[in-house]
Design a binder for this molecule. Structure first.
Ligand code: CUA
Length: 340
């Protein structure tokens, strides 16, 4: 191969790299970006796409050149010339990939280091994952919720805990993702920089209800977040006491929703349509309040036909206060079986 041919081939590779890169970078691969980490991750993706285009171009150009230059003449049945080793070629094809891979590793390391840096004034959120629901506690604000509220432009640290199997915390718009592993606390940080409503998605196959294991994410202004915290605290303080009539229904449904019961069970009165567990409208009307209570506290003691062991969380005895449990049992026994 003459130097002039080599220069032409390299030029063809560079042009093809540019064309493929321009086309591929038109696509919005990762969707809406909603955190400051997202910009870094998206840039990393773009750089990787351009590098992949370069490697692909080398292969395509050399393939095309070989097909054209070394094609067999009609009627030529002879074997190719035997070749034994080519140091120059071997050094080249070792060196180029080595440089590319080392660059990718160093650049990824740099980005990871940057997006994992903890800021001093970050918001702490303790996240509990269990089949098939998320729970959020704000230790500094003293509130808990099944909706993830975070203020805009402030770093939030999510301390992940799993009660049963491995789950994974992912808000696509924030890009960052981390597993929640039983017995091994993990954490990740994100700095939301776009207000709006998003969805937290479990991205680790965790059982029959995996695809329904989602939670609303609300990114709001500092003031809106503060008033939400105040409202959550206010509701908690006002709870308890003997609730009756409409108040009981509202409070019972709140507990039903907060504990994630609606994710797995059908209960017309609560607008719940889950099918992972038995329909409460079907199985509860024949049960006494005491039986309903036992089923909440020890779900595996008696299973409805067709439903397996270990699917319903076993820890509602800890998660609910005795008052909340009373309210929930009364709510269920009075409302299951459709509106009465
Ligand atoms: Cu939890 Cu998938």
């Amino acid at each position: 191969m003459t130097p002039a041919t080599l220069i032409r081939l390299v030029a063809a590779m560079l042009v093809l790299t540019a064309v493929i890169s321009v086309v591929m970078l038109q696509f919005d691969w990762n969707g809406v970006a909603g955190s400051s980490e997202a910009d870094d991750v998206d840039l990393l993706t773009d750089v990787m796409i351009a590098l992949s285009a370069f490697v692909y171009s080398i292969v395509l150009v050399m393939l095309g050149y070989s097909v054209w230059r070394y094609r067999a003449k009609p009627g030529d049945e002879s074997d190719g010339e035997p070749i034994h080793g080519n140091t120059k070629l071997e050094v080249t094809w070792t060196l180029i990939p080595t440089v590319i891979v080392l660059f990718c590793a160093a650049y990824s390391w740099f980005i990871l280091d940057k997006i994992e840096a903890r800021e001093a004034d970050r918001l702490q959120v303790d996240v509990t994952a269990q089949q098939f629901a998320w729970r959020f506690e704000y230790p500094e604000e003293g509130v808990a919720s099944t909706e993830l509220h975070v203020p805009i432009d402030r770093q939030a640290e999510f301390n992940l805990k799993a009660l049963d199997v491995v789950h994974s915390f992912w808000v696509p718009e924030w890009r960052v993702k981390k597993d929640a592993v039983p017995g091994q606390p993990t954490s990740l940080v994100a700095t939301p920089d776009r207000e709006g409503e998003y969805e937290l998605i479990c991205t680790e196959l965790c059982g029959v209800g995996h695809s329904t294991m989602r939670a609303p994410v609300i990114v709001e202004s500092e003031q809106e977040f503060a008033s939400w915290v105040e409202k959550q605290g206010g509701e908690g303080a006002a709870g308890g006491g003997a609730a009756g009539g409409g108040a009981l229904a509202a409070e019972g449904q709140q507990i039903f929703d907060d504990q994630g019961c609606n994710g797995c069970h059908t209960l017309e009165a609560a607008g719940a349509t889950g099918t992972i567990g038995p329909s409460l409208d079907e199985v509860l009307p024949q049960r006494s309040p005491d039986e309903i209570r036992s089923s909440i506290l020890d779900p595996d003691a008696e299973l409805s036909p067709g439903f397996g062991r270990g699917i319903m969380p076993q820890d509602f005895g800890d998660a609910l206060s005795p008052q909340q449990l009373d309210t929930l049992v009364r709510y269920l026994s009075e409302n299951a079986g459709g509106q009465k």
